[in-house]
Write a protein that binds this ligand. Sequence first.
Ligand code: GDP
Ligand code: IMO
Ligand code: MG
Length: 424
Amino acid sequence: MSNTIVVGAQWGDEGKGKIVDYLTEGTDVVVRAAGGNNAGHTVISGGNKYVLHLIPSGILWPDKLCVIGNGVVMDPLGLIEEINKLRGQGVKIEQANLLISETAHLVMPYHRALDVAREARRGDKKIGTTGRGIGPAYADKVERCGLRAILLTQPEVLESELRDRVAFHNETLAAAGVDLVDADTTVASILEAAKILAPHITNTTVALHEAMKAGKSLLFEGAQGTYLDIDHGTYPFVTSSNTTSGGACTGSGVPPRKIDRVVAVGKAYTTRVGSGPFVTENENIGDMLHNMGREFGATTGRARRCGWLDMVLVRYAVMVNGADELAITNLDGLDGLETIKICTAYKLRDKVIHYPPATCEDLAICEPIYEEHKGWVTDISGVTRYEDLPALAKAYLDRLAELAGARVSLLGVGPAREQTLVVG
Ligand code: GDP
Ligand code: IMO
Ligand code: MG
């Protein structure tokens, strides 16, 4: 038995889905513990592309158990859409292989409406949210007026609580001058969804502890990334949950002492979707990657902002998450470059700093300090063994590991399951 947490070391979209899919073979249970369907995890296997939003990527392995933990905010309508889509692609989703925590909070149509209305009101200062209602749903959780998944098994209570919350949130929507949410339509659609989802809802904390007692291994699939963490990220341009490794424990009921391994996933360069400072942002890299058809968001389709690898961020992420291992994806994205830059520190006013500053105002004026590396200028997407990589690619990875203070254990040279190399 060995329990592993996989987290993102940057601003999300690091390739966590692909790495989780790769690690699932050696595990028994795959758990999502934070976030909601703001996540979009792409897995390419057997020539098919799957995009997972709320369901752990482990679902693609029919004999594994998948769990949506208590820390997740779950949109019942979004989940049903996702289940139907995956089933249409031949994925097995049954009561036996998908459990939903009874204490996971629900994302309701009024949360999505509030998310969109608040973003519109922020104008130039918008966060660039996914519009999935994540912030308002977590706000209700913390405000202690949220509705939890267990209500999907109690239709009468659900209906009266839901009518109360629709009326409450409609006051805010009315004040914002936007369309109200219709109570009858909402109740009808959620009660319908409840019938479908109720059999999956259970005490997942007990289920996870029973699995551990039976000697089974757990794999926690992180969503978003370290710099989208509500505490450790580039606030306020963050999501509303703890996306770092500690969130896996609070979001599942599995205690920290049961965790054996933390793998931080990072791209060989940096991307970010949504607003907020990005010290190493570089339009040329963005153009190059977009022209290759890469770096478009899996959830919203937005073009991701791109830049050089920022090791100030990755090093800090290794520290905050307690990661001993790095999985570096998309190394092949740098194949065409003669010169590759790595940011090793920032200059903030007249000081050189090695950690990201606390405020976005300071981060926005940080200047990157780069070191330059010679590119390998070779197509590495067909390489199947780490030993066969060009020496310059290995040198880039060695330097990255040295700067991060963690070893690179996995490497991505392409999007497919087979394009994952074990290092060392
Ligand atoms: P996640 O949210 O962290 O799971 O990442 P996303 O799926 O949103 O974005 C990662 C993108 O990179 C997806 O399109 C993946 O298919 C792709 N990807 C992952 N690893 C690699 C890799 O090593 N090479 C290439 N070319 N693409 C990769
Ligand atoms: P995965 O799991 C990348 C970003 C949004 C926005 C900010 C807040 O695929 O890595 P939210 O809708 O959560 O309130 O938006 O967070 N964001 C992500 N960016 N990958 C994600 O998930 C993200 N989930 C949220 O773009 O900037
Ligand atoms: Mg993603």
